[in-house]
Write a protein that binds this ligand. Structure first.
Ligand code: ADP
Length: 959
């Protein structure tokens, strides 16, 4: 034993030592006879923690007898071991070994992230020869050898994970036997519900494993993080409110929210993901609508998800005692009949209340605090009140271009077919834009035969895609007697009208699940049900037998629109009401709208006090389909289905409504402040109106509507603009009379969206596309187009994915365009190479006034190239090279620019590495220049004293 060891042992009572010696054989037997080293290791833990054994001795013991891994004996003692976190690691060793079980992987990930561990270190800890406690000990040993910072990462992780009074390791919890049985029953039921994709019911059973394709998941808070994985939904990333338990997954209809939840459910049930949760209770708000009884939380869980065969109370108590290990998911909050409110408080889990009240209290955390909840909803339906209660919001943005590719390949096992489908999608960029929406991608893949056969007439609008699926399934149903040409609709008119009425009544009364009685009331028969548009409702509980729903809510909207177009039974005011924008939020439209119904129970609907605006998104989608169906392009379809005069009249009504809606929007634009440009910030309804205009595909109407818009700047930031919206925007904006600035910052335009915008570039004088996922490829196409557009003079592309590869294109733009005023490329991935190429273009340009390159990696070499080209410019007034690794060499090159420039006014060099030498060069140059007003130099390599001294020499320097 070492000196230190002796010292540590010294306080031990001599008689105790004697006793130990006397019983040595017995003790040895007790420690080793089990065949496992666990007892011995546990004793060592305690001795280490009490300081009775020093680290070196512990290592010696391991080296001789307990050497489970060579790596342990290689551990290096670290000087920092005596510092605080490492001491804690030692002092709390026994309890840490206990706490670490079940979260070794998490800690390893944290250590890997923080750079304290390599993957080889992780592998060593995870060696399969170790028991979980041994893994925990090896982890502690390794962490100790990496010093205090590593130790604090571990302790912080444990601290974050541990809930008061709750042991960290859930496996160490000993749930009652009945609970474990219940867990098994619940997970097999969840797994059975989740393993097939519901859209395919009735056609073919497509397993989720075969078809699931990752969608693009991002935090709603911009720039906070890169793309997210599924587990990040409940993980620590992006939390905005630590107190809240509810995570919102938002996205458009058909963006894949339900499918994503389904995937999470399946992975949990299989034990692959979300294993921190012992139980997962999945709910569908759509189904909760049909629960008319008041329930307690206990009843809600057991009746709607999984019924415990025995010991309900005991199981529920366990749930209450371990809230942090329970997960609830609520799919489609926007489909709930009632709007979210926090008015009615329920705090007691055994108190009964209407289901929506329970749900709202669960979301707020006044009920079952600590239980994590994941809620999905369409973005438009999320109120600010709900946002207050969110832990975080993640947005599902549909498929990426590679996602589309992989979905189509999964959908078509035959690679030749997949390649053909992809080829025809690529050939029609409007269609490709649509396919970012998973539901449309599914339809297009499903109808591949129609798609491949239609050549020129390939679908352009969302309505075209839905018409394609309508035709596909109607003909699929009766392939033998299927009529070629346009007769297919006439042949199935009765079914379409019946389903249409059911859909319409459902949409107007927030009803998405239909009972046998509902079907009968509309006259829908077994035969119509076989048409696959209606599928059997999946239900976790057995209470709702034989209920049906449309295979997707957008399909219900489409049928409702077909009904509006085809039926002679609807009131004349249906169309105006559908397009009415006022009072939606107060639910007034809803009451007015239901008054147009031919056969619904108006009284009951009007008396629903808690009516809400949740159906607004569905009414808007329906209106969009109505616009598309009434387009001149489709008039032939209705020829033998209803009187042409009626259809034409409805088309005129829609055109009037759209025009009125747009005008109203324009009238609401405030007069500009004197000296400023007239600017319009679009409301969400504006994008919807534009999409309706696009669906109509009648340029006369779009032209009429747009000719009256007189603004200089059109702002559509944070408007959920993706490729589909870009197509519609370009279609409509191309009719503007005067050029505008188009500001689309913070959307999801992407390369496909950029391509869609090209037709309206001639009417843009500036384009703002900050934070839009644009790559070099999108830029290449954009520049090829804008070079031909005389008015185009400014572009802002801050925070996209641009690299040096597109700098040649910008260079060409600068060389070629007669007038080009502003180029902002901040926060991309441009290096010195790119800057050199850009410099070539700058040499030949005499109009650029603003050049922004903040947050790239241009460095000294790039700065020198830029500065030397810009020396010839007599137009440049503003240059930013903030955060570009510019040192004194770069600063001296810029000093030359200052010396020679006759126009430069502001130079931004904040956050670089310029030293005193560089600043002295700048000072010398400024002596010869009176135009420059400021040179920003904060956060460079200068001491406070140097900065102070330089400031005295030149007041235009800002430190
Ligand atoms: P939302 O809930 O956002 O309205 P859904 O999850 O119902 O959208 O998706 C609609 C359809 O789109 C699904 O039935 C499926 O066919 C397809 N889909 C959605 N997300 C995915 C995905 N991640 N992988 C494969 N297909 C998907």
């Amino acid at each position: 034993m070492t000196e230190g060891g002796k010292k540590a042992m010294f306080p031990l009572n001599v008689s105790v030592l004697f006793c130990v010696l006397k019983q040595r054989t017995k003790i040895l037997h007790a420690l080793c006879s089990s065949g496992s080293a666990e007892h011995l290791e546990r004793v060592l833990d305690i001795l280490l923690a009490k300081g009775a054994l020093i680290w070196e001795d512990y290592q010696n013991i391991q080296a001789v007898g307990l050497s489970f891994s060579e790596s342990c004996s290689n551990l290096q003692e670290n000087d920092e071991c005596q510092s605080t976190s490492n001491q804690t690691l030692l002092a709390q060793r026994p309890s840490l070994v206990h706490k670490l079980q079940g979260c070794v992987d998490g800690v390893l990930a944290a250590l890997l992230d923080s750079g304290h561990f390599s993957s080889a270190d992780c592998d060593e800890v995870r060696l399969p020869i170790y028991t979980p406690t041994q893994q925990a000990r090896r982890l502690l040993d390794h962490v100790r050898s990496r010093g205090d910072l590593a130790a604090s990462v571990l302790l912080q992780y444990i601290h974050q994970k541990q809930e008061p009074g709750l042991p960290l390791n859930q496996r160490e919890l000993t749930p009652p036997k009945e609970f474990l049985k219940y867990q098994k029953k619940l997970s097999s039921s969840v797994s059975a519900q989740a393993c097939f994709l519901s859209t395919y019911a009735g056609t073919s059973h497509m397993s989720l494993d075969d078809i699931y394709t990752d969608g693009q998941l991002e935090l709603a808070e911009v720039n906070a993080h890169g793309p997210l994985g599924l587990e990040d939904i409940v993980g620590l990333v992006g939390i905005v409110n630590e107190e809240a338990d509810t995570v919102l997954v938002s996205g458009e209809a058909g963006s894949g929210k339900s499918t994503l939840l389904q995937r999470l459910h399946l992975l949990w049930a299989r034990g692959v993901a979300l294993q921190d949760f012992l139980l997962l209770f999945p709910f569908s708000c759509r189904r909760l609508n049909s629960e008319h009884n008041e329930l307690s939380v206990q009843e809600l869980l057991f009746q709607h998800c999984c019924w415990p065969d025995r010991n309900q109370e005991e199981i529920f108590q366990f749930i209450l005692d371990h809230p942090h290990q329970i997960l609830f998911t609520f799919d489609g909050l926007d489909e709930l009949k009632q709007s979210f409110t926090d008015e009615h408080r329920v705090c007691c889990p055994t108190q009964r209340a209407p289901v929506h009240v329970l749900l709202f209290n669960l979301i707020q955390g006044s009920l079952m605090k600590g239980v994590q909840k994941v809620v999905t909803s369409r973005s438009e339906a999320v109120s600010p009140l709900l946002k207050k209660h969110l832990r975080k919001e993640v947005v599902l943005k549909g498929f990426s271009p590679t996602g589309i590719d992989s979905f189509v390949r999964k959908h078509h096992r035959d690679p030749t077919v997949a390649a053909k489908v992809l080829e025809s999608m690529q050939a029609n960029t409007a269609l490709l834009g649509l396919c970012h929406s998973p539901v449309l991608c599914w339809i297009v893949s499903q109808c591949h035969k129609e798609l491949l056969g239609c050549g020129e007439g390939s679908p352009k609008t969302i309505t075209d895609v839905y018409l394609m699926i309508l035709q596909h399934f109607l003909q699929h149903q009766s392939p033998l007697k299927s009529t070629m040409g346009l007769g297919w609709l006439q042949e199935h008119l009765k079914t379409v009208l019946l389903l249409g009425q059911l859909a319409f009544e459902g949409i107007t009364s927030t009803c998405y699940i239909f009972s046998g009685t509902d079907l009968e009331a509309c006259g829908v028969t077994e035969k119509d049900i076989c048409m696959v548009f209606l599928i059997k409702s999946k239900d976790m509980s057995s209470t709702h037998s034989k209920c049906y729903e449309f295979s997707h809510v957008t399909l219900q909207c489409f049928f409702a629109a077909l009904f509006i177009v085809l039926s002679s039974n609807t009131n004349r005011s249906v169309i105006p009401k559908l397009f009415e924008l006022e009072n939606r939020e107060t639910g007034l439209t809803r009451v007015c709208f239901t008054a147009c119904l031919p056969s619904s129970d108006q009284q009951q609907q009007a008396s629903e006090k808690e009516s809400k605006a949740a159906e607004t998104p569905n009414l808007q989608i329906t209106a969009m389909f109505v616009s598309g169906l009434l387009s001149q392009r489709h008039q032939n379809l209705w020829l033998h289905c209803c009187p042409s005069a009626a259809v034409e009249k409805k088309a005129r009504q829609v055109a009037r409504c759209l025009s009125k809606g747009i005008q109203k929007h324009f009238r609401s634009i405030p007069q500009p402040v004197q000296g400023e440009k007239k600017s319009m910030h679009a409301m969400p309804d504006f994008v919807w109106l534009i999409k309706c205009l696009y669906e109509m595909q009648e340029s006369r109407i779009a032209k009429d509507a747009m000719s009256k818009l007189e603004v200089d700047h059109l702002k559509l930031t944070y408007c959920n603009i993706g490729p589909v919206e870009c197509t519609a925007l370009a279609y409509v904006l191309q009719h503007l009379r005067n050029p505008v600035g188009l500001q689309l910052d913070n959307n999801s335009v992407g390369d496909v969206g950029v391509e869609q915008l090209l037709p309206c570039m001639h009417i843009c004088n500036s384009l703002y596309l900050r934070n839009n996922n644009i790559t070099d490829e999108g830029i290449r196409k954009l520049i090829a187009k804008v070079i031909q557009c005389d008015s185009f003079q400014k572009i802002a592309l801050f925070n996209n994915k641009l690299t040096d590869a597109c700098m040649q294109d910008f260079s060409y733009l600068l060389k070629t365009k007669q007038v080009f005023i502003s180029l902002r490329l901040g926060n991309n991935n441009i290096t010195a190479e790119g800057a050199k190429q850009l410099a070539e273009g700058l040499k030949a340009n005499q109009t650029l006034a603003y050049l922004g390159l903040w947050g790239n990696r241009i460095g000294d070499a790039g700065t020198e190239a830029l500065a030397s080209s810009l020396e010839r410019s007599n137009s440049l007034v503003w240059l930013s090279l903030v955060g570009n690794g510019v040192g004194s060499a770069g600063a001296c090159a810029l000093a030359n620019l200052i010396r020679k420039s006759t126009s430069l006014q502001e130079l931004w060099l904040t956050e670089n590495c310029i030293t005193r030498t560089g600043v002295e060069c700048l000072i010398q140059a400024l002596k010869h220049n009176t135009h420059v007003t400021s040179v920003w130099l904060r956060n460079n390599d200068l001491s406070l004293e140097d900065a102070e001294e330089m400031k005295q020499l030149e007041s235009r320097l800002i430190f």
